[in-house]
Design a binder for this molecule. Structure first.
Ligand code: AMP
Length: 399
């Protein structure tokens, strides 16, 4: 038995989950949020216990990691820090260097650093998290799990942009995708829903960030996010695919800088931008049910963008044996799932079972399509952290 920590470090936050492996038992989870602020939040919650939350000064990630390790001992979650045998970090951008998770060492650290221009906020923050743990637990080995790794099996026709080739060669501009750890987890779980000889899946990770993936034989064939997570379907606050000419046009018309417009594409668009209400599907859904026209339009637009990709991937895969919904919206909103399936049902002969759709929420897994549906539709709650924990065990060869 070994205890391992799955870490997701952002620029001002550090989320963690402590597992007992190989049982895959979650022992506790928590977050240090608003790092860098005097009124930062530190919260830790044992799997079967009460959440313990404090507001305090957390100047940097090193202090956040020290607090986390102290809390594990103080709260009696571990008897000693020697029990921790491995740490795994979610890394947003692995570029073309990483098609699998790897141990963090001088070489891999340098490569992740080299990729910072492709994911400035994320990769820099992940490295800060790694170094903070290295300082606190110098003898514990650490691994990197890349959000892009699963998508490295795409062919050039799927990952290249049709811009001058030198931008790919010199600056590595191409589609990398994201949410790879989630899509891989879903593909593995989905195998149990496939009949003999079936191998084509479309996974829909629909959360506040959202992406689709076309998967054949458990390998990624195509995915909707691009160089960055801004591409693909419309999301909570992101535009998704948009004509690049909109950018220079708006710069000219509004007098705003390209960076300001870019921030708006990332943070003020999507469901929030169209509905004018919220980026949270719960709020938009409620408003739509109360007759708000823009909320209703936002949902219709969202559903159609998802349908566009399902149609595209149906063609790309040469058919589809299973559609999977997951993440915050995909796991919890029967309303959105129905809106999305309504857009493809005529072409693909998909029928939802309304009762199953309405009950498959809050962590439940199961089929939501009817027996007559040409393609089964299933809800599978995703679990990126357990994938990180599994990779820690296999890469570090823990027993
Ligand atoms: P994620 O990024 O996967 O954590 O998803 C978060 C998003 O899921 C939220 O912003 C909401 O839009 C959506 N969500 C979470 N819970 C529900 C729910 N019960 N009903 C509808 N949407 C939900």
């Amino acid at each position: 038995m070994a205890k391992v920590i799955a870490v997701n470090a952002g620029s001002s936050s550090l989320k963690f989950k402590l597992f007992e492996m190989p049982e895959e038992k979650v022992i506790c989870s928590g977050i240090a949020d608003r790092i860098g602020h005097e009124d930062a939040i530190f919260a830790i919650k044992p799997a079967n216990g009460e959440k313990n939350e404090t507001i305090c000064n957390i100047p940097d990630h090193t202090i956040a990691v020290e607090m986390l390790l102290e809390a594990l001992v103080d709260e009696g979650i571990v008897a000693s820090l020697n029990e921790i045998k491995g740490i795994g970090h979610r890394i947003v951008q692995g570029g073309a260097y990483f098609s699998h998770s790897e141990e963090l060492n001088d070489r891999t650290e340098k490569l992740i650093e080299e990729l910072i221009p492709l994911a400035p906020l994320h990769n820099a923050a992940h490295l800060i998290g790694f170094r903070a743990f290295k300082k606190a637990l110098p003898n514990v080995r650490q691994i990197a799990v890349f959000d892009t790794a699963f998508h490295q099996t795409m062919e050039p026709q799927d990952y290249l942009y049709a811009c001058p080739m030198e931008y790919y060669e010199k600056y590595k501009v191409r589609r990398y995708g994201a949410h790879g750890t989630s899509h891989m987890y879903l593909a593995q779980c989905a195998q149990s829903y496939l009949k003999k000889g079936q191998n084509k899946i479309i996974t829909c990770h629909i959360g506040s960030g959202a992406s689709l993936c076309a998967i054949k034989d458990c390998k990624c064939v195509a995915t909707s996010m691009g160089l960055t997570p801004l591409a693909g379907i419309m999301m909570g606050t992101r535009t998704g695919d948009i004509d690049p000419s909109v950018m220079p046009y708006l710069v000219k018309q509004t007098g705003k800088s390209a960076e300001e417009i870019y921030q708006e594409f990332n943070k003020k668009s999507g469901l929030l931008g169209i509905s004018g209400i919220s980026n949270d599907t719960r709020d938009v859904e409620k408003a739509a049910l109360e007759g708000d026209e823009r909320a209703n339009l936002a949902i219709k637009l969202y559903a159609r963008r998802v349908a566009d990709y399902i149609g595209q991937y149906y063609v790309r895969l040469g058919g589809c044996d299973l559609i999977v919904f997951s993440a915050g919206v995909g796991e919890n909103s029967p309303y959105f799932r129905k809106a999305m399936i309504d857009e493809v049902k005529e072409a693909l002969h998909i029928e939802l079972n309304d009762e199953a759709n309405n009950t498959m929420v809050r962590g439940k897994e199961g089929i939501i399509s009817s027996k007559d549906s040409a393609i089964p539709v299933v809800v599978i709650p995703t679990d990126e952290e357990v994938m990180i924990a599994r990779d820690i065990v296999s890469i570090l060869k823990l027993k």
